[in-house]
Design a protein. Structure first.
Length: 190
């Protein structure tokens, strides 16, 4: 289903559950954030980066306002609630200053749960699909994937391989962390 939503373009892609601090200073985005807070409305952050050939973005909601400045600027934290594909971008919506766009929400959660249900894990613990998917995704968020990893994840979700990709990538990052810890404990500075 295609819907029109307010947009705040940035060169970032947040995974569901991931949070990001933003400093809001432009008038058009101050207007967008004020409306979002006032009406508890989510908005989109389309990933405005040349690597984003999929035209995907993050649906976010304002989690908290950390500081308001006398000139109208603010520091906020947003939390990603979902992913979307941007079909059409509008530099300005009709009655407001900020941009918007027509988006199609990506069904990442359902796709990953179906994938879990088809895996060997499902045979032993069928009711754990939502918990398992949430755990793997939160681990990925905690490991701090870069943009290339996140975009690859979205590609894999669309092909029904998102959960497997995250599991393999999480294992890889864990091995790197272990190796870093071993290396750090073996070096001593004079």
């Amino acid at each position: 289903m295609i819907q029109t939503i307010p947009l705040f373009p940035l060169s970032v892609l947040l995974l569901p559950g991931e949070e990001c601090a933003l400093h809001i200073f432009e008038e058009r985005y101050r207007q967008l954030i004020a409306l979002s807070i006032e009406d508890s409305l989510p908005f989109g952050i389309p990933c405005n980066h040349s690597m984003n050939t999929l035209n995907v973005g993050s649906m976010v909601e304002v989690k908290e306002v950390n500081k308001r400045y006398p000139g109208g600027e603010s520091d906020i934290v947003v939390r990603c609630t979902g992913l979307f594909r941007l079909n059409r971008f509008f530099y300005r919506l009709e009655t407001v200053l900020y941009p918007g766009g027509e988006v199609e929400m990506l069904d990442w959660k359902q796709s990953m749960q179906r994938e879990y249900e088809q895996s060997a894990h499902f045979a032993t613990d069928a009711h754990q699909a939502p918990v398992a998917v949430a755990h793997v995704l939160s681990k990925a968020v905690g490991l701090g994937y870069d943009l290339a990893d996140k975009l690859h994840f979205v590609r894999q979700v669309r092909q029904g391989e998102g959960l497997r990709y995250l599991e393999r990538r999480n294992e890889y990052y864990e091995l790197i962390r272990l190796q870093e810890n071993k290396t750090a404990s073996g070096f001593y500075l004079n």
